[in-house]
Design a protein around this ligand. Structure first.
Ligand code: PLP
Length: 394
């Protein structure tokens, strides 16, 4: 065993590079969060004054206030902290469905939505998306699938799930329309806001959402792992149901503990305190979402000046996460020794990271939180790389 490899661990990506990695932009910590992480880095650091057996109720540090404020921010009634968006989905499905039930979800859903259903022994039925190049989800597809499930199984699905912003094209699903369909059929509605809450404004009640899950490390400037599960008064008893188990010999019970949250929450310490410390900035930054989208559109326009570069998904882009088809780069890759990695090397030389190494046929970027001058720098770098490899730039 060489224990030296665990010493002096360094990353240096956020400090030395412009990082375009789609999953990382919304999770870059604020200065306040970085300080809070150091202060609360020790194990169970938030448990000094825990009197009610649950972290969401701790008053010092002000977790209980944060819980209320996040509910207000999302226009939902109650919130819990989970081990990521995936755990929030698992928890909602676990408490709403029973084995054999069906979940209707969009066909652009994240793998963790499928696995959450699988782990709960639920079946999935997909609402199809439209074809190339837009890949949109028609809310009416939910009604069709609800009826199909009812015809085939004799009952409506236990839950409908919409991925608010899909991770492949950055399209924004019509949550309000899906919420309306769900209300009409009486199917509870789970909105996956992994790529929306924390970076853009969300109003759960207006969208008709029953359960809202979010990702702290993806979109709320928090350290991993932390997610959010929000719900309404109507559902909070069922979703946050408490333990009733008894030790058969000891008679011990844990009646304050919530089942789907593993009793307390599975997150405390650094992740929770980073979420808290970033929260004031998050409340502020969603107000400037329009600016972020403007910046993304600017980069898309600059990319499309390169011959054969096309933005996929809805145009102009509605989000800072974008996918581009880049066939000419793929043709260049075929002629170089580094193959698809040539792009990665060219970008790294120019202090740009975050495009999946080896990718050249298509790739994704996220501009969230980058300044206009950083984005201009990225656009120029791509123009330069294209020209150097004989790809015309308009
Ligand atoms: C990233 C992502 C997730 C996973 O989020 P975690 O907080 O890491 O569990 C879930 N759904 C979508 C749509 C995502 O993009």
């Amino acid at each position: 065993m060489n224990l030296n490899i665990y010493k002096n661990l360094k990353r240096g990506v956020e400090s030395n590079f412009i990082n375009l990695n789609p999953i990382q932009r919304g999770g870059v910590l604020t200065v306040e969060a970085r300080k809070a992480v150091l202060e609360f880095a020790d194990g169970y650091s938030v448990c000094d004054y825990c009197f009610e057996s649950r972290v969401d109720l701790v008053q010092n540090p002000p977790v209980r206030k944060l819980t209320e404020d996040i509910a207000e921010f999302l226009n939902m009634d109650d919130v819990r902290y989970t081990a990521g968006c995936r755990h929030a989905k698992w928890a909602a499905m676990h408490m709403v469905g029973k084995p054999g039930d069906t979940v209707v979800l969009d066909s652009l859903a994240h793998y963790t939505s499928y696995l959450a259903a699988e782990a709960n022994r639920l079946k999935v039925v997909e609402v199809p998306h439209s074809g190339y190049p837009e890949f949109t989800i028609d809310p009416h597809g939910y009604a069709e699938k609800f009826e199909e499930v009812e015809r085939k199984t004799g009952s409506l699905p236990a839950l409908a799930l919409l991925t608010h912003v899909d991770y492949r094209y950055g399209n924004i699903g019509d949550a309000k329309a899906v919420g309306k369909v769900c209300k009409e059929y009486g199917v509870p509605f789970l909105l996956n806001t992994a790529y929306s809450s924390g970076i853009m404004p969300i109003d759960g009640k207006r969208l008709g959402v029953d359960f809202l899950c979010g990702s702290g490390h993806k979109s709320w400037a928090a350290s991993a792992p932390i997610g959010i599960l929000a719900t309404t008064y109507e559902w909070n008893q069922q979703i946050f149901d408490k333990s009733t188990i008894r030790g058969d010999w000891s008679g011990r019970g844990f009646t304050k503990k919530e089942i789907a949250l593993f009793g307390c929450s599975p997150v405390y310490g650094a992740p929770l305190m980073s979420l808290m410390a970033s929260f004031p900035s998050v409340v502020e930054r969603v107000k400037h979402w329009d600016k972020e989208v403007e910046n993304a559109r600017y980069l898309a326009t600059q990319f499309e000046r390169i011959e054969g570069f096309h933005q996929m998904g809805v145009k102009p882009t509605q989000h800072t996460l974008m996918a581009f088809e880049t066939l000419p780069l793929f043709e260049v890759a075929a002629t170089t020794q580094k193959r698809g990695y040539f792009l990665y090397h060219e970008l790294k030389k120019r202090k740009i990271m975050g495009i999946h190494p080896g990718m050249s046929k298509s790739f994704k970027v996220n501009t969230f939180g980058l300044s206009r001058s950083q984005i201009e720098y990225v656009a120029n770098a791509f123009h330069e790389i294209a020209r150097e490899h004989g790809i015309p730039v308009e």
